[in-house]
Design a protein around this ligand. Structure first.
Ligand SMILES: O=P(O)(O)OC[C@H]1O[C@](O)(CO)[C@@H](O)[C@@H]1O
Length: 221
């Protein structure tokens, strides 16, 4: 599974990138708002950190032609290559923009997905990634993990090229479940990324090794 960081907090990203095998970063207007950075500063900072990793940037226009112009502008403004993904919401205008962007050779991440059908249509329109919102589904008495599982199944069943980018997590358990459901990737906030690699038994085990090694390791390094 591909792990991506769901944040524009540059300080946090720097820490995460120093040890976590991340393959990209996702942002949206809310994430930018929380980071305190304007788009230009945030994306430039992210770009420096990720190198050739993926950067998913959300479009804010409502009309399809504007979304396309916006995506082309950001791609050239930041001098992105193939690692740029235009995040497009699954509205009627969004689906139209996806097709135009794909024809222009620009990667697309379909976002704000709440149903298997929205994801399927997005992939038919050419989306490379489809992002179902797990917590937001769970919070309206729906089932985020099931929606992820259905989309994964559809991709295999119809031999589609798209990948699931599971998004909107509030617990480590949700991340566990989407990975078991076959999600190809997940975008996760810093707090949960730190949390999901932790286990108290690991800390206890490592501590004991340190104690037991005392005086036994006689080769200098
Ligand atoms: O429900 P939340 O936590 O706001 O998450 C929405 C999600 O949608 C995305 O915009 C999809 O990529 C993520 O960046 C984010 O995880």
């Amino acid at each position: 599974m591909i792990y991506m960081a769901d944040t524009a907090d540059l300080e946090e990203l720097r820490k995460l990138y120093s040890f976590f095998p991340l393959e990209g970063v996702t942002t949206n207007p809310t994430i930018l708002l929380h980071s305190g950075y304007k788009l230009s500063v945030a994306i430039e900072g992210i770009q420096e950190l990720v190198g050739t990793g993926m950067v998913h940037v959300q479009m804010i226009s409502g009309e399809s032609d504007d979304m396309v112009r916006e995506a082309k502008k950001y791609r050239s403004y930041f001098d992105f290559g193939d690692n740029f993904y235009a995040k497009i919401p699954v509205t009627a205008n969004g689906y139209r923009a996806m097709r135009i962007l794909k024809d222009a050779g620009i990667n697309v991440t379909a976002t704000a997905i709440f149903t298997q059908q929205q994801a399927l249509v997005a992939m038919k329109a050419g989306a490379d990634f489809v992002a179902p919102y797990v917590s937001r589904l769970d919070n309206i008495s729906s089932h985020g993990i099931e929606v992820v599982g259905d989309i994964v199944e559809n991709i295999a069943l119809y031999g589609l090229n798209g990948k699931v980018l599971a998004a909107s997590f509030k617990t480590v358990d949700q991340i566990y479940r989407v990975s078991m459901a076959g999600a190809h990737s997940a975008t996760i906030g810093p707090e949960l990324l730190h949390q999901l690699i932790k286990h108290p038994m690991t800390d206890i085990g490592v501590k004991q090794f340190e104690i037991d090694a005392e005086g036994l390791y006689d080769i200098e390094f």
